[in-house]
Write a protein that binds this ligand. Structure first.
Ligand code: SF4
Ligand code: SF4
Length: 429
């Protein structure tokens, strides 16, 4: 089965000018950092141990291997179970480190020359460096390359289609050589003949910069894609480039996709032996006085970041983990930055009067996953799991488009999210 892609993609007002060109501000960690741990994680330190930036503190060890590193120097205080602010009800363990402000870095692994290394060495290195998808997903990247066969193209996703977010744009501008180094290493690991770096056609300055750096690199090139949403979604992007659809994974049609910042993080690991202990993220929206791109240690809270860039624009704001379309509203700004974070959007609350569904079908017409959001909403309200399965609620990518286009101001996406969760819970029984 191949998943359909709905006919519609929309041009959204990006508000990218808020953060595209200002300086990247460095955020200093406060007295404590809370480093999120996954389930099935072996803790490698004890309360009272002293760690440095880069010290390996834990390792996920179930069906994936993902080491986790300290982002600051200081004493380990222990493990605390903390509710995820953007996912109320879900609690996960966090390792708490008391930051002493020291800048010592402990290299947790040796750099690796990507030109000389074998494919197997590179894949193992990527695994042991804890490289995860930096575009928001946080999926361990090595899994895409382990045993990769029949891949003809590596796509580096630099589309960044959600409004407000410019973190990829900024980091690519600042570290174009790293982008190419990481991409080249990934290309080798994939076995593909060609790497395409997908950038929105409106980013002329970035396209020119990457093209200049790519001179003489015949196996890598820029592909320009329309400034539409959700062009950065893997299925939309692949359809745009190859006019092909797939069922579960892009590998089925010979493609691997990785995010641009992931390629840069991989380059930093290869060249410097540096894991992902800090992130360049966008903090933007009309609810913050000085929208900015910031470089922030993992485990620092949104409250600390906002305080260091000038504060909120008003007392009441809505804090969203991610962009305004796919992100999730948080219950508090004590939410911390993870290795997968790419943006925090802060908006002034916009009171809306919801009216009854007009049955206009706009949500259905605009769904890029080709499913029927309004019918899924109704099935969720009725608790009809069979119908949710029939309507393929699980295919929703939570892009936010159905809410965005709804003239009745119904939170359609939230209903579909609940429907997905209901279906998942029923199938896991
Ligand atoms: S959020 Fe809405 S529009 Fe987007 S994929 Fe899900 S159902 Fe479709
Ligand atoms: S877009 Fe809104 S009003 Fe129109 S059918 Fe969907 S839920 Fe109903």
């Amino acid at each position: 089965m191949s998943i359909l892609i709905g006919p519609m993609k929309l041009h959204l007002n990006g508000h990218k000018e808020l953060t595209s060109y200002g300086e990247v501000k460095n955020i200093v960690a406060g007295k404590k950092v809370y480093i999120p741990l996954q389930a099935c994680t072996d803790i490698l330190v004890n309360a009272g141990d002293y760690v440095k930036k880069g010290t390996m503190i834990a390792k996920r060890n179930d069906h994936f291997v993902v080491p986790i590193f300290s982002s600051v120097c200081g004493k380990v205080l222990g493990i605390e179970e903390v509710e995820l602010k953007h996912n109320p009800g879900q609690k996960i363990d966090h390792l708490v480190v008391e930051n002493d402000g020291c800048e010592d870095f402990e290299r947790p692994f040796e750099p690796l020359d990507a030109e000389k290394a074998t494919v197997e060495e590179l894949v193992t290195f990527m695994m042991n460096a804890g490289i995860v998808g930096c575009g928001g997903a946080g999926f361990p990247s090595y899994v895409k390359y382990r045993g990769a066969k029949g891949i003809h193209t590596l796509v580096i996703n630099a589309v960044e289609c959600e409004p407000f977010i410019t973190a990829d744009y900024r980091i690519m501008n600042n570290q174009v050589e790293d982008l190419l180094y990481g991409t080249k290493a990934m290309l080798k690991m994939s076995g593909a003949k060609e790497a395409l770096i997908a950038i929105k056609t409106t980013k002329k300055d970035l396209i020119a910069k990457v093209n200049e750096a790519l001179k003489g690199q015949d196996a890598m090139k820029v592909v320009e894609v329309p400034d539409m949403y959700p062009m950065g979604w893997e299925r939309t992007l692949i359809y745009e480039i190859f006019k092909k659809r797939y069922d579960r994974l892009p590998g089925e049609i010979g493609v691997i996709v990785n995010n641009a910042t992931t390629a840069i993080s991989f380059a930093e690991a290869l060249k410097e032996g540096k894991p992902i202990i800090e992130k360049l993220i966008t903090v933007s929206g009309d609810g913050v006085k000085n929208p900015s791109n910031v470089r922030v240690p993992v485990g620092v809270s949104v409250a600390e970041i906002v305080a260091q860039i000038g504060g909120y624009a008003q007392d009441e704001v809505r804090v969203i983990a991610g962009g305004p379309m796919m992100g999730k509203t948080a219950t508090s700004d004590e939410m911390v930055i993870t290795t997968a974070s790419n943006a925090i959007t802060i908006l002034k609350p916009d009171p809306v009067d919801t009216i009854a569904c007009l049955r206009c079908g706009r949500c259905n017409d605009n769904c890029p996953a080709g499913i029927l959001p309004v019918r899924i909403n109704n099935a969720e309200e009725a608790g009809d799991v069979k119908l949710l399965a029939k309507l393929r609620a699980d295919q929703c990518i939570e892009c936010g488009m159905c809410t965005y286009v709804c003239p009745s101001k119904i939170e359609v996406t939230e209903g579909v999210r609940r429907g997905k969760a209901l279906l998942r819970a029923a199938t896991q029984k």
